[in-house]
Ligand binder design. Structure first.
Ligand code: SF4
Ligand code: SF4
Length: 218
């Protein structure tokens, strides 16, 4: 495999040709916020949190940008912060207010992003809309869906699509009301649980798991 040298945040690295800038950074322990990226799915650049500067203040989604010889990448600039911070703040404002009791706490991508950006929780609380908790969706036979925590990254929809050719999951609603829904056809779901494993924020809870039961009692 041909090797490509480039610089990320001042660090000289060499990676395989064909890698994305995001993969090159993560492989070299340089964290770039991301929610919709999954190593074995086609990068779609939906969440737009992984933007980086590749010179002349050009901002690109790093998951969809292949590495190039001599590329100089910056992952932390004022422009990047200005672009992604409001998006993350709104995502959190539209999320459960507390991580307490969440089975994903400690291995949740949103927590990683919050700590990376040092998000001010008090500021986020002021952005919250007063709205009621939405009920768990229990229409899938093998897992429950908690719409209060979904960040609409699309990983579950695309996982099912890429593995089975037809997705059992789809987007429904618009704007703040957008959520993920299940077709409700048991024959369509192979119960492979790949979507559950890959959800970056633990929204899909395996049915009858201790975590799902604890969540439903909260
Ligand atoms: S369990 Fe498998 S088949 Fe069922 S919705 Fe999830 S990815 Fe699709
Ligand atoms: S359920 Fe999980 S994987 Fe699916 S869109 Fe919501 S956060 Fe993403």
């Amino acid at each position: 495999m041909k090797k490509i040298p480039l610089t990320i945040d001042g660090l000289d690295v060499t990676v395989d040709e064909g890698m994305s800038v995001l993969e090159a950074a993560l492989q070299n322990d340089i964290y770039i916020p991301h929610l919709c990226y999954c190593p074995d799915l086609t990068a779609r650049g939906v969440c737009r949190l992984c933007i980086v500067d590749i010179g002349d203040r050009e901002l690109v989604t790093s998951c969809r940008t292949p590495v190039e010889r001599g590329m100089v990448v910056k992952t932390k600039t004022r422009e990047i912060d200005k672009a992604i911070r409001p998006v993350v703040e709104l995502l959190i404002a539209n999320h459960h207010i507390s991580c307490r009791g969440c089975p994903s706490s400690g291995h949740c991508e949103l927590q990683t992003i919050m700590s990376h950006l040092r998000i001010d929780r008090r500021r986020v609380r002021r952005l919250r809309l007063p709205e009621e908790e939405k009920p768990l969706d229990t229409s899938n036979p093998c897992f429950d869906y908690d719409p209060n925590k979904c960040v609409l990254c699309g990983i579950c929809v695309h996982t099912c699509e890429d593995i089975h050719g037809v997705s059992s999951l789809y987007y429904v609603g618009r704007g703040y009301g957008t959520r993920i829904a299940f077709y409700g056809d048991e024959a369509r779901c192979a119960a492979c649980m790949k979507c559950v494993e890959r959800c970056p924020v633990g929204v899909l809870l395996p049915r009858n798991s201790p975590a799902a039961e604890a969540q439903s009692k909260e």
